[in-house]
Design a binder for this molecule. Sequence first.
Ligand code: OVV
Length: 401
Amino acid sequence: MTTFASSHVPVSHVDPFGLDILENPLPFQADLRDAGPVVYLDRYDVFAMGRYEQVHAALTDWQGFQSAAGVGLSNFRYEKPWRPPSLLLEADPPYHDAPRAVLSKILGPRALQKLRASWLADAEALVDQVLEAGTEFDAVTRLAAAFPLRVFPDAVGIHETGRENLLPYGDHLFNAFGPVNSLVEKGAPRVAELSAWVNAQCTREALSEEGFGAQIWAAADRGDITYEQAPLIVRSLLSAGVDTTVNGLAAVLYAFAGHPDQWERLRANPMLARTAFDEAVRWESPVQTFFRTTTRDIEVGGVLIPDGRKILMFLGAANRDPRRWENPDTFDVHRDPSGHVGFGMGIHQCVGQHVARLESEALLTALVTRVETVEPAGPAQRHLNNTLRSWKSVPVRVISN
Ligand code: OVV
């Protein structure tokens, strides 16, 4: 890190989307936090924040740090988005409010009570099936990916056919928030096909009569949203609802495989399952970064960020900021992880977080009654993505009851 003598903005030449950094972003994130509250990334001509205090403050200030110019590197003021912008993620009040209100109710804790019993039973069935097949398996494919794919598409109400497109679509979408690097280029050949499939699932006719999708269309019948908005809100479910939870579950399973003492604590008190998931979301931060765009000249930590500039918010770095967290690198189910920014913060905070928490509660609860010990059965392998902290495989060995 060097410094602009004139404006006292620390400058980093590092490419945070470089494959080497994505493989292990922690040393860079520590440098970023230590360099100052705001750092200029000259590789992309953007600003960055890595400290909890400033990330939290910027996420909470949606008037000053807008989402409507896109939450990726691309600035919608100047560049055409690769797909029609999300009505939730890439919008601000007042346009954001009706879609958000409709979806928060459909995905809220109250509404999810109806799914709880069947998701707990599904998790038990899946875990029984995996354990019957053997004591060594890949926790990512067999559990972290298998469980959301088993319950979520059904809950939305989409057809069986084409579900294998969900993960590749999400993988590309989350890559596309970053620069056009090799990860985006790798996904480019299938973008048209995958987008066409996803969009086709969002029509009223394609959706089952019950489910989150149908409930979104019912909100249009009531006039809470328009008929034009309904399919785009369904698209948000299919965009943000799969890869995120797969990687959140992978994170918590990886965390426990590496921390047998924490698994013992969970076994001693299964009520810790929900806290444990939030602690894993803090510790691993499945969504590592999102951008915001300044709506005016804004001073942060003595640095003037001009109007219309992109700022990269390092959720993962903020969640391990020693200025905010004691022993931030320690996965500890007895800590209070609340206030982490792994789900964001403010008006855009993850609208699906209760779905994610229910999925993890179901899976961990099924595991904790059946698995005495879990340990790594080989090296875990990362899957690189411009936005997601992801795993290709986490081999584990378990002793079951
Ligand atoms: C949080 C998130 C990620 C990706 C896509 C969307 C939301 C969306 O609304 O489409």
